[in-house]
Design a protein around this ligand. Structure first.
Ligand SMILES: N[C@@H](CCC(=O)N[C@@H](CS)C(=O)NCC(=O)O)C(=O)O
Length: 199
């Protein structure tokens, strides 16, 4: 059994939860919430102390979410959420990189508030992170959006879902095509709604 450390609100863990459900790996993967890993023993198997981290039966540790998704694709026989066809493959991987970049910036904005006292916070640095998100969303809005369920669409859906959860969904106003993408993704991948965090 593969054990994966997560918390409900983690968008990177959500990528893994959606992928596992979509690929029918539910009987091979257990997602362990923070409450069930109070001493962070599972989390500490990643020296970066980040989640998600996966612990395989034989003790092998896998991180980060991109590697875990690639492992799931391998378990599913390949060409499942990471296309083999080069054009589709590198398009999907680039969508994933863009979406993960949105998430990295969004999470750093949250950490600024969580880990720095008000007098230590840098508006310049926060603006820099916000600009990354804004530019990435504007570029995504103009591109041909992913239709299949793959690492690209899963990551993009999780990024937009996280902006809804932690950034008030402001992205929706000026990005109608991305709103359409997310609605379609939620219809096609029921695990998206099933993994929606309450807070
Ligand atoms: N590149 C990593 C990012 C993972 C990540 O940033 N996870 C956050 C939670 S959503 C975390 O563990 N942050 C704790 C930290 O940065 O120390 C991935 O794709 O899994």
């Amino acid at each position: 059994m593969i054990r994966i450390r997560m918390v409900a609100a983690s968008p990177f863990a959500r990528k893994c939860r959606i992928a596992a459900a979509h690929l029918g790996l539910g009987d091979r993967v257990i997602f362990v919430d923070g409450e069930d890993d109070p001493a962070n023993e599972l989390r500490a198997t990643n020296p970066l102390n980040k989640i998600p981290v996966a612990l395989l039966d034989e003790g092998t540790t896998l991180f980060d979410s991109r590697v875990i998704l690639e492992y799931f694709d391998h378990l599913a026989g390949g060409d499942a959420i990471i296309p083999i066809d080069p054009a589709r493959r590198f398009r999907a991987l680039t969508w994933q990189a863009l979406a993960d970049g949105i998430l990295d910036a969004a999470i750093l904005i949250g950490y600024e508030a969580r880990y720095r006292a008000p007098h230590e916070r840098s508006t310049k640095w926060l603006a820099m992170q916000g600009d990354k998100i804004g530019r990435a969303l504007d570029v995504a809005e103009k591109r041909e959006l992913p239709e299949a369920i793959d690492v690209g669409s899963i990551a993009l859906a999780c990024a937009l879902g996280f902006l809804d959860l932690r950034h008030g969904g402001a992205w929706r106003e000026n990005h109608p095509r991305l709103v359409g993408f997310l609605d379609a993704f939620a219809r096609n991948a029921p695990a998206f709604e099933a993994t929606r965090a309450a807070r």
